[in-house]
Design a binder for this molecule. Structure first.
Ligand SMILES: Nc1ncnc2c1ncn2[C@@H]1O[C@H](COP(=O)(O)OP(=O)(O)O)[C@@H](O)[C@H]1O
Ligand SMILES: [Mg+2]
Length: 253
């Protein structure tokens, strides 16, 4: 499909209105959202990405938002548009959590927020599961180790500030492996009020669970699951740099 920018003025009509007000919005809601976008200095949207809604390509879709590429002044950004049927009534809470994750260099950079939109850094890359499955040939093991290590370090920095991502057990939707940077996304279920389990959830998903773990074992020889679990247990209790380093070591990272 040809890629071109579409002015937000066109979003009052189909097929674009379906993106701006997913799954369905009336013209009053659409108009109000267009003026909200104008305030955020978002002038146009670029339809590209691996997901589609109708005939339009987008970056992705979850239960809270529809994410598209957009132009803010001259920069390309990712725009998360609140779904009308979302359980969340605004985007500011998620933005607050993303801002906090950003303080330890985790997640796409937050640029701006309003009631129905979150404007953030566009992370060009692949979801981790697809990325791992596409790994082949010489250097796979080195590449894999460096990406997994970077993700676990993100997790450790979040653990250190008492910030729990909340959805890392389904890791595939929440880690983007980019050309320049790999990081976590989607902080809408995050919390600073519960026990953190970022490092343990990601380690489990990558090394102990089913899908990804099988592929990882084919790329390099990881230690027996029980051994990993033992080191994770110690980390869970202590959450110190030393116990984290021991986890990295046992995983040969
Ligand atoms: N900053 C980003 N850069 C690139 N793609 C993104 C970005 N944020 C989200 N996406 C894509 O959009 C999808 C949905 O975003 P997400 O924040 O998970 O929405 P939800 O909170 O509704 O689950 C993601 O799975 C991902 O594919
Ligand atoms: Mg999500």
């Amino acid at each position: 499909m040809e890629q071109s920018f579409v002015s937000i003025k066109k979003f009052i009509n189909e097929p674009y209105s379906k993106i701006l007000g997913y799954p369905k919005a009336n013209s009053r809601q659409l108009k109000s959202r267009i003026s909200e976008l104008e305030k955020l200095k978002i002038k146009s949207v670029l339809f590209a990405g691996q997901t589609t809604i109708g005939i339009l390509q987008i970056l992705g879709k979850g239960y809270v938002g529809v994410v598209v590429l957009a132009k803010k002044k001259n920069d390309i950004v990712a725009l998360k548009i609140r779904r009308l049927d979302s359980q969340r009534s605004e985007m500011q809470s998620e933005a607050k959590l993303l801002r906090l994750a950003n303080t330890v260099n985790v997640g796409p950079k937050l640029y701006d927020v309003s009631k129905n939109f979150l404007v953030m850094e566009y992370l060009e890359g692949d979801k981790i599961e697809n990325w791992i499955h596409s790994l082949k040939g010489v250097g796979s093991s080195k590449k894999l180790k460096s990406v997994v290590r970077a993700i676990l370090e993100d997790c450790y920095r979040l653990d250190q500030i008492g910030f729990d991502h909340g959805e890392l057990s389904s890791i595939s939707k929440h880690v983007i492996v980019g050309k320049s940077r790999s990081t976590l996304i989607d902080f809408e279920s995050s919390s600073v009020n519960r026990r953190v389990s970022n490092v343990t959830s990601v380690t489990q998903a990558i090394f102990i669970g089913s899908g990804i773990a099988k592929k990882v074992q084919r790329i390099y020889k990881v230690p027996p699951k029980q051994k990993i679990i033992d080191f994770l247990r110690i980390y869970k209790q202590e959450q110190t740099q030393r116990s984290f380093d021991d986890v990295l070591k046992i995983l040969k990272l």
